[in-house]
Design a protein around this ligand. Structure first.
Ligand code: NAD
Length: 333
């Protein structure tokens, strides 16, 4: 198979080169994102391999199909960025990497909670400046706090397991309850109850029309004053403008985001010599109680290795007409 990888960084290339050692696929790497301008570069490639911010809408799917592409191999779990119906109509098969390391994302989620709570990022900057004062760094014990987990899939459950170890009370919401989450001490409640009772709300559900902007003015209004919200799932779960209003009013006490609705033109790039044009993100970055990371929750050695291996297995299975265990069905996985 001729495979074209979009949105690649040196670390992607390293792990894909290692993973393909014994396989006879031809792989080319592009730094560019897949968009209306770069889709034509896939002409003649059997497969394209894309990441979280490569959008495959209908016109792009059409261009890929016109160029002879048959397979879209997502090297991520989420597939909200792909028009699955259009892909299906155009004869494009979509595969993904459903689980490369739930631990990576869960551990980063908890790292954000702890950093926000104890303000590690501020403490570090202070001490480097010779300021050893503790004023403004007061945190709370995690033990005994109620954490509301929205989405008790693979990542949500690992978060619950870690937080159970801290002695947190765990309440959760999901459209499909999990026995494992209950065994971890989770108590399923409806969303209004979760919002009302949680000291920390952590998001681990996919981005769908149902979950788009689920954290908005109305839901924040139901939460405890000073709540901590952490989102390592997808940016558009949170209405960022509503979050800014709530931060200004003190309704949100801490906000940790590894994902941002408009991240596609920003995240993964070094823009330190440029002026950030996104005023919403720029405002978020001014709050002392907001921690932003640039979609790095997945970024561990284990995850990169698993992403590369599963993607190559998906491509090989497609090439040999084998069973596609990681196929994304036209209506979702
Ligand atoms: P998963 O499929 O195992 O779990 C998702 C859970 O969300 C499922 O239990 C599902 O029933 C539930 N869900 C679906 N719709 C819901 C709704 N409307 N309300 C509440 N729950 C709902 O997925 P996962 O592997 O745990 O990943 C969760 C999300 O994390 C992914 O969708 C992806 O967007 C995100 N993610 C982020 C990173 C990162 O680096 N930041 C990496 C991987 C995944």
């Amino acid at each position: 198979m001729r495979v074209l990888l979009y949105s690649t960084k040196p670390y992607d290339r390293l792990y894909f080169e290692r993973a393909r050692d014994t396989l006879d696929h031809t792989i080319d790497y592009l730094e560019a994102r897949l968009d209306a301008h770069t889709a034509r570069l896939a002409h003649g490639y059997d497969a394209v391999c894309t990441f979280v911010n490569d959008s495959v809408d209908e016109p792009i799917a059409q261009m890929l199909a016109d160029g002879g592409t048959k397979l879209i191999a997502l090297r991520c779990a989420g597939y909200n960025q792909v028009d699955l119906g259009a892909a299906d109509r155009l004869g494009l098969t979509v595969v993904r990497v459903p689980a490369y390391s739930p631990h990576a994302v869960a551990e980063h989620t908890v790292a954000m909670m702890l950093s926000l709570n104890r303000q590690i990022y501020r403490a570090h900057m202070r001490v480097r400046e010779g300021n050893f004062s503790l004023d403004g760094l007061l945190g709370f014990d995690m033990a005994g706090k109620t954490v509301g987990v929205i989405g008790t899939g693979q990542i949500g459950r690992v978060v619950m397991k870690i937080l159970a170890g801290f002695g947190c009370e765990l309440i959760c919401y999901d459209v499909h309850a999990s026995d494992e989450a209950v065994a971890l001490g989770g108590r399923y409640v409806d969303l209004p109850t979760l919002y009302r009772q949680s000291d920390i709300v952590t998001l681990h559900c996919p981005l769908t029309p149902d979950t788009h902007h689920m954290i908005d003015e109305a839901s924040i209004e139901q939460m405890k004053r000073g709540v901590m919200i952490v989102n390592t799932s997808r940016g558009a779960l949170i209405d960022a403008a509503a979050a800014i209003d709530a931060l200004k009013a003190g309704r949100i006490g801490h906000l940790g985001i590894d994902v941002y609705e408009e991240e596609a033109d920003l995240f993964f790039e070094d823009l330190s010599n440029q002026v950030i044009q996104d005023d919403v993100l720029a405002r978020l970055l001014t709050f002392p109680n907001v921690l932003v990371t640039s979609h790095q929750a997945y970024f561990t050695e284990t995850a990169l290795q698993n992403i590369a291996h599963t993607t190559m297995d998906n491509i090989t299975a497609f090439a040999h007409g084998g069973k596609l265990v990681n196929r994304v069905a036209p209506h979702g996985a």
